[in-house]
Design a protein around this ligand. Sequence first.
Ligand code: GLN
Length: 486
Amino acid sequence: MSEREGLYKLTILQAGELLDRHEVASVDLANACLNRIEKKNKEINAFITVDKEAALESAAAADKRIKSGKRLGVLDGVPLGIKDVLSQKGVRTTAGSRILENYISPFDATVVSVLKKAGAVILGKTNMDEFAMGSSTESSYFGPTKNPWDLERVPGGSSGGSAAAVAADMCLGALGSDTGGSIRQPAAYCGIVGLKPTYGAVSRYGLLAMASSLDQVGPMTKDVADAEIIFSIISGKDSMDSTSSNYEYKKLDGDNLVENLKGKKIGIPKEFFGLGLKDNVRKAVENAINDFKKAGAEIIDISLPHTSYALATYYIIMPAEVSSNLARFDGIRYGLSEEGRNLIDGYLETRAKGFGNEVKRRIMLGTYVLSAGYYDAYYKKAQKVRTLVKADYDRAWEKVDVLLTPVTPSLPFKIGEKTSDPLTMYLEDVMTVPINIAGVPALVMPCGMSNGLPVGLQLIGKSFEENKIFQIAKGYEMLRGKIGGE
Ligand code: GLN
């Protein structure tokens, strides 16, 4: 392997330093990743669409800027992947669904246009569970993505394509979306870093909505510093998304210092260590807790008493919003269009053919919990429980800086293992959905290996305190040394 080809292994920060010093060109970085995709994508299936020409064109433009001393910033010239749930102008945007198989978006999602403005080189769109519904990327119309650590296993989902692409060095970083764990669970399964930002920290404009009160876009990267770089660029107010907050990211001092762990109050919510947690995952997370302790952090036992209700709450609120958001796919405005004998028949034909089983299941569940006679018993009640779950977290911040938990109950499972039983698939989300229900930010990072597979841990913080999470995560990363992506 020539030195140029190995460029795909770089982190965003490392690549940026080489670009700044004119030691490497953006076109070289893009080519290294594109070659890697060509070599690996057949078996891993991380990308649905690769836009080679556009990528090389924007890399050449970045090189021109850099040559004349006008590099736009840390992302200028850096090759990234984008989950195919984000609209990109002139590019096929499928959400992993047959109904959008040939849909070309006429506009850029705000996060995409922000990345473009920052000079990022977009390589293509990554695979995902259909409309982000799933925990394994098996419900994609474009076939499952494989876990780069073990091709017989799932990469997690729904942002499995982005996670696998980053873990297999097909891009330097990627965007994912997280409604109930879709950034964090695949990040854990692929041994990378992923952040689900505070609700409202990042614009959702142009994100194909799954459940609008829970959805957030976030970074998936090889290390914590890279996640912070992408987050600092994509976060902030957007006039196109009324739920986006006036918020400017402020990085805390003391990069990568183990010293930063000293005196930090790390809460360990006992409820997260039940929930079907397997011994191998428990062991890795407990080792991490010990490491934090040794580095001078204060470990505090804490209770989030409504945790066990979060999953049930999620599987009422989320489908309710799904059923409403997906009503727009009617065969007239977007994508697949089947002719029927009349208008209604046309809708039915299109949706019957265009949506997969999991999507249909959730639309039916959602319309049921919203229907007259059931609304009070299900939807309204779930909203009340949501308030209780959120209050658990509000109370926690009086005692701790961050909470530390496992991400998933077990290690990455085999492809096909859970597809016939949706309920076991839903249980994958038991440690990630409470965070979306509460609206708070959470970062997932590698904390060890078990049977040759990565294990992650989750650091949960107070709303809009991503900077504190990053500071602690960088300290821990420094402490244990990084797990490579190979
Ligand atoms: N796995 C969860 C679900 O299927 C989360 C999905 C997501 O975060 N988009 O709902």
